[in-house]
Design a protein around this ligand. Structure first.
Ligand code: 5GP
Length: 213
């Protein structure tokens, strides 16, 4: 006999969070992951050097350009892009494992990666763009990080405008004025998207039984 829990099993979704650096995306991602065991973070591969405090395998898989090229050629990346002067990509295998287990995957990727995912898996994709509340606040947050050199900060400010220009390609927009409110908004989006009819596997049979058909 199928229990109601099985009847409402669902297909995992791919939740993309994009924003310019410094808009608060990393903080929102961490809060989501801590509160919900049904969602797993996709750990990207990158050719950039680790920043102080970053851990290989947790924040990124740090790889050489050669290794990155091999992964592209071996079709091991779901999407990949050049961001600033480095390459970033999403390993395909772990994402498939999480989705096939009925859990969701969270991605911190840029607009280029989001476009590729939309082309390959539109039905499974839910995309959210996080906007900073003002340009002054964005600059303040980038400087407060103090992990990057002044030159890198300036470059990122210039790039932020580029990244923001893609806001209209996203399903949802969250303006991050207050971190707790933004986390609550992202949670609400996730909760609603999980309930979309086509994501609830087994609903047809469940309803048949409800109607004693
Ligand atoms: P950062 O170097 O600050 O960690 O990341 C720089 C940018 O690269 C961010 O906008 C981040 O979202 C993006 N990024 C990180 N991983 C990936 C990835 O796997 N694919 C793509 N397309 N972008 C990524």
């Amino acid at each position: 006999m199928t229990t109601p829990t099985q009847a409402t099993q669902r297909r995992g979704l791919m939740l993309v969070l994009s924003s310019p650096s410094g808009a608060g995306k990393t903080t929102i991602s961490r809060a989501l992951l801590e509160a919900d065991a049904q969602i797993a973070m996709s750990v990207s591969v990158t050719t950039r050097a680790p920043r102080p405090g970053e851990v290989d395998g947790r924040d990124y898989h740090f790889v050489s350009v050669e290794r990155f090229q091999d992964m592209i050629e071996g079709c091991q990346l779901l999407e990949h892009a050049r961001v600033f002067d480095n390459y970033y990509g999403t390993p395909r295998g772990p994402v498939n494992d999480v989705l096939s287990g009925g859990r969701d995957v969270l991605f911190d990727i840029d607009w280029q990666g989001t476009q590729q995912m939309a082309q390959n898996a539109r039905d499974d994709l839910v995309s959210i763009f996080i906007l900073p509340p003002s340009v002054e606040e964005l600059e303040r947050r980038l400087k407060a990080r103090a992990q990057d050199s002044a030159e890198v900060v300036a470059k990122r400010m210039a790039k932020a405008s580029d990244e923001i220009s893609h806001w209209a390609e996203y399903d949802y927009i969250v303006v991050n004025r207050d971190i707790e409110a933004s986390v609550a908004s992202v949670r609400a989006i996730l909760d609603a998207e999980r309930l979309r009819r086509f994501r609830q596997v087994g609903l047809i049979d469940f309803v048949k039984r409800l109607r004693r058909e």
